[in-house]
Design a protein around this ligand. Structure first.
Ligand code: PGA
Length: 246
């Protein structure tokens, strides 16, 4: 399986800046996805038209359509050219009270619409300090993963909440332990080979640390926030895929 690098632009960018950033990323070689805010999906889709870089979004509603003011459905994202959607990011779980059950419903909607959900899980600093990382990650995973999810249509992103946007990352040994635990659970649920399960690491990934993180056994790619807003930094992360597997 090719290493997957996803850029999560969060709530950043104008049509002008997003178009320029997407054009700068359009030539990247590898398995790459850009996830701009909803209003910039069309600009980025345009810039990626003849590129192998794919388009994704940062959230969706669990219904296909209806009276849900302010929401966007998975079908709308598919219609806008998306292939992926990030779900259950800690900024949505924490900021908007999204529960595992809601994330699971959204993931079902995404799969039904033909999108690949990128389901985010990860412990807080308090949970880590209390030695509860594996238990927390396991319960989030089991309860956010819908019945429709399979190795072929779903990506998991392990993002320790305390590592997001902080410049701090777990030790490589800790990343390995958590990814192994996630893979063991997925193999138990999906009855597949761990080699077919895609589990990304996210949280303060940058060009300088991507090579060593991507080389950790069980890490199938990276979900990148801040560093994906800088074309040079993001290109550095994408090119470190080769280094990690050299
Ligand atoms: P970061 O964010 O790379 O800025 O830490 C990662 C994420 O939130 O997906």
């Amino acid at each position: 399986m090719r290493t997957l690098i996803i850029g999560n632009w969060k709530m950043h960018g104008s049509r002008a800046s997003a178009g320029a950033l997407a054009e700068a990323c359009a030539g990247l070689l590898g398995h790459v996805v850009l996830c701009p805010p909803f209003t910039l999906l069309d600009v980025v889709a345009q810039a990626l038209k003849s590129s192998s870089v794919a388009l994704g979004a940062q959230d969706c509603h669990f219904a296909a359509q209806g009276a849900f003011t302010g929401d966007i459905s998975a079908e709308m994202l598919k219609d806008a050219g998306c292939a992926y959607v990030i779900l259950g990011h800690s900024e949505r779980r924490g900021g908007w009270g999204e529960t595992d059950a809601m994330v699971g419903m959204k993931a079902t909607a995404a799969i039904e619409a033909g999108l690949i959900p990128v389901i985010c899980i990860g412990e807080t600093l308090e949970e880590k300090d209390a030695g509860k990382t594996l238990a927390r990650v396991e319960s989030q995973l089991r309860q956010s993963l819908p019945a429709a999810a399979m190795a072929e249509n779903t990506v998991i992103a392990y993002e320790p909440v305390w590592a997001i946007g902080t410049g701090r990352t777990p030790t490589l040994e800790d990343i390995k332990t958590v990814h192994q635990h996630i893979l063991d659970i997925l193999v138990g649920i999906w009855h597949c080979s761990p080699a077919h399960c895609r589990v990304l690491y996210g949280g303060s990934v940058k060009a300088a640390n991507a090579g060593e993180i991507l080389a950790v056994p069980g890490v199938g790619g990276a979900l990148v926030g801040g560093a994906s807003l800088d074309a040079g930094e993001f290109a550095g992360i994408v090119s470190s895929v080769k280094v990690a597997h050299a």
